[in-house]
Design a protein around this ligand. Sequence first.
Ligand SMILES: [Zn+2]
Length: 342
Amino acid sequence: VVSEPTWPEWGGDAEHYCPWHYWTSPEGGHHAGHLLDTVVGPSVERPGTQQVYEILRCEPCIAIHATPLPSQDALARYYAGPFFDRDKPDYIERYESQRPWWIQAVYTPLLRQALAAVSLNAPERDTLTLIEVGAGMGLGLDAGKALGFHTIGIEPHGALCQRGADRGHRMVQGTLEECSGLRGHVVLAYETLEHQPCPEDFLLRCYDLLLPGGVLVLQVPNDYNPLQRAACQRFGLPQWWLAPPQHLFYWTPKTLQLCVRRTGFTILDMRGTYPLECFMLRENMLYVGNDTLGRQIHARRMAEELLAAVTAECWAQREMQYRQNLRQRIGREIVCLARKDI
Ligand SMILES: [Zn+2]
């Protein structure tokens, strides 16, 4: 682990503060703080063109995010079409080929933990409802159904909604803003929060979806983590995890915790996931920008985690390790379980 004199998570020094980095967003909010990086990426507002995104450690938001932030409307159009049709063409095939890992080593452990944490005032287990926001392929819903949940998926893309419906889930085509009438005991938002232009809004809507005593399950990338930064330093890599406009917010354990708490939740658990960057740092497998190597290391991660998921004891040990790792900010993603108190 390297020590950094200018840790980007929070608390920068006056010398690097850029008061001229100040934006007014279309919604009327404002953003100001330290400029961390500049990235060129596709424009969501003007499809087919590129634009410059600045990555800001924003003081009003207490988070690291891209600016300008696209509007909700433009993003809704993007996720209803181009995101899967143009930018993720092999999405279904790839996820289907990894189904055992997604079900056994990702969603089932997360949902089992949520199930155990739903407040005891909730009704019998066979009436519990799971709502997945940004359901995508619906693998989280499949895992939930196998655990006995009634399953509801919210997904902007029509063909993916149809796919979920074919697998027996109730699907709502659209975004969270259009689903204010739904209620569930567990809300799952897997790698969704980092795509939102206003995560506080998103979390408040998740809060409203939950019945009192219900549990929110979040997973987001753990960005600017020490292993990523060590890899940048050792191999001279750019900050490869920056991916606007798909990823708009770059969460750290601290900024995520603050955002979840200030939207009314009680945090039950936070842990990391597999420290993927170890493949670079320990074995010199430079997978950044190398898809073939990326698939190889992902296959090794999956094999290792599938083995651990065979018994509950083995998986519990692994989770404990991931929980300890996150105290050092280590792990490719952050898992967060939080409850809406009764
Ligand atoms: Zn901001």
